[in-house]
Structures are given as C-alpha cells and as structure tokens.
Design a protein around this ligand. Structure first.
Ligand code: PEP
Ligand code: MG
Length: 309
C-alpha cells in the first residue's frame, strides 16, 4: 500500500480531482481475463495473443484464432480491449513465426517485423480479431508490437483499417519510437508504452538477465524521460498514450506516469486495486509535481526516495 492511499477503490480510474486514467488488465488466456474483470479492470490494455500459441507447431486457422480470442474477450463485452498482434521474440518464440539462427534475437526479426515478410499471417490474424470482436461484443482496438518508425506504424494502421477494425495503435518499446512519438501518433489512434522492452533497449540490458536487472528498473530517470516525450506528444495530438509494461503495476510509479502524461495503465490483475486506489488519493497537479521531482534525480534509488517523500 502507498502512504496516503485509501484502502478501497470505487473502480473508476481517476485522480482525486477527476482526471481520468483508465486502469486496465494485461491478459493472455481466458482465466487472466476473468481475473482482470473480477479485480475491477475497466478493460484490457494488453492482450498478448502469442500466449495462445506458445505450443503451436503451425499457424492456427482463422476460425481457431477467432474462437481463442473470443474466449478471452467475452468477460469484457461492452468494454475497451486492446488486442496485440503476435509478438514472437527471443523471450516468446513461436515455432511457426520465429526465424532460426539469429545471433541476436532481441534485435532481430520479431514483433511487427515478421509481418513485413509475411503480411498474409498478419491479415489472417486481423480477420480473426475482427470476428472475435463481433462474437464477444468487446470494443476492440488492435496494436502492433516492436514498431520502430512512423512509416511502420502507418503501414500497420492501413492493414488494420482494411480489416474493418476501427482503432489502430502501436507499442512504444523501442527508443526510436519514443523519439518519434509525435509522427507515430499522427499515423495511428493511440500508443501504448511497453516499458519492459523500452527499458531493455534503452539501457542495452537483456530483460531476461538477472545480472543487469538494476538497469531494467522502471524508476530509472532516463526511461522516465523517454516516457515524458511520449506523454508530451499525446497531449499535443490529443491522442491516448498508455503504459502496459510492468511499470504500470507499481502504485507509486503510477502517479509519476500520470504526471508524465500517460492516460491509461494496464497491469496484471493483482495490481489493479492498489493502482486504482493510489491514483484516487492524489490530484493531477500532485502527480505532475512528483514527476518533475523524479525526473530531476540522477538514479532509480533517488527517484524512488523522492517519490516516497
Ligand atoms: C513490454 O515490453 O513492456 C510489454 C508490455 O510487452 P512484452 O512484455 O509482452 O514484451
Ligand atoms: Mg514488449
């Protein structure tokens, strides 16, 4: 629990003075979606579709994908859900998508990059997502992982709209994308910061390697400065910028992220209430002052100390 936070949360993501910050769930399986809905999540900010296929040897059919996605979306009928297209990568290899023998898989053909060579795989997934949206009644948006440039974002948005899905977004998890947030937001409807990968690529520190975990700390001021660039671009364009990495699950950091201009926070179910309660205990101006103080520090330890007050 965070000092000053109420024990209870009324289930609406907002600061004490009414600034809206959606508190959303991260899900991969139907059980996660049910847990997120029970925890009070207002929707889903990240549906990791690759979690449905970690054991699949071949690409699932459109009908199978549609049924698998609908099973996850159903608890959120009438609510917003962001479905992420397949993110095969070093940490989540998919037998039917991941290239073999890359010397540096984290820097290789992963996420949206796979779709440039095999757009038909993306188009089939988009068809299945559009069908699952109809079947479930969820308000579905789609976003792409591992986007580096505004050109890639525009390419993806065009395919999403061609599939009849109204809202297209991309993840900001490569520093180049954070530095191009304004141009990217011109091409899409929203962005979502993947702070796990954004930290890994900003600090050149493998997220799976315990020896460099201190560099992957989401309180690192350099990471927060990149997030501020994205928050500023969101304000300038009037479009949403969420966070769906682990950073969003820290109730105190949630206040800092809100102060940096982030408009939604998506996390695993157990964190939902504590984050909602933490935001409800402070004003937007307090969040902004906190963010400014934290950005002025030189390291993660000092940033935490400043935020704890
Ligand atoms: C992230 O990188 O922060 C993220 C949310 O995506 P994943 O953890 O699935 O790579
Ligand atoms: Mg990621």
């Amino acid at each position: 629990a965070v000092a000053g936070g109420p024990a209870e949360w009324n289930g609406a993501g907002t600061t004490s003075d009414g600034h809206l910050v959606k508190v959303l769930g991260n899900v991969g399986k139907p059980a996660d979606a049910r847990a997120a809905a029970e925890a009070g999540a207002e929707g889903v900010g990240l549906f990791r579709t690759e979690f449905c296929y970690l054991d699949a040897a071949d690409e699932p059919s459109v009908a199978d994908q549609r049924a698998a996605y609908a099973a996850v979306l159903t608890p959120f009928a009438g609510k917003p859900v962001v479905v992420r297209t397949l993110d095969a990568g070093a940490d989540k290899p998919l037998a039917f998508l991941s290239p073999e023998d890359e010397p540096n898989p984290a820097l290789g053909v992963r996420g949206l990059r796979v779709a440039f060579d095999r757009p038909e795989v993306l188009d089939r997934q988009l068809e299945a997502i559009a069908g699952a949206a109809q079947d479930s009644g969820a308000e579905v948006s789609v976003m792409a992982p591992m986007v580096a440039t505004a050109e890639e974002a525009a390419w993806f948005a065009e395919r999403v709209r061609a599939a009849g899905i109204a809202r297209a977004g991309v993840m900001i998890e490569i520093p180049a994308a954070a530095l191009s947030a304004g141009e990217i937001l011109d091409a899409v409807d929203f962005v979502s910061l993947g702070t796990n990968d954004l930290a890994q690529y900003t600090f050149a520190a493998d997220r799976q390697l315990g020896a460099v975990a201190a560099l992957n700390d989401p309180w690192q001021p350099a990471l927060l400065r990149l997030i501020k660039l994205v928050g500023d671009a969101a304000k300038a364009t009037g479009k949403p910028a969420g966070v769906c990495g682990e950073a969003a699950a820290d109730p105190l950091l949630a206040r800092v992220l809100t102060g940096l201009g982030v408009t939604s926070l998506s996390m695993n179910a157990p964190a939902v209430r504590a984050v909602g309660a933490s935001l409800a205990a402070v004003t937007l101006a307090q969040c902004e002052a906190l963010a400014e103080a934290v950005l002025a520090t030189g390291d993660a330890k000092a940033a935490r100390a400043v935020a704890r007050g």
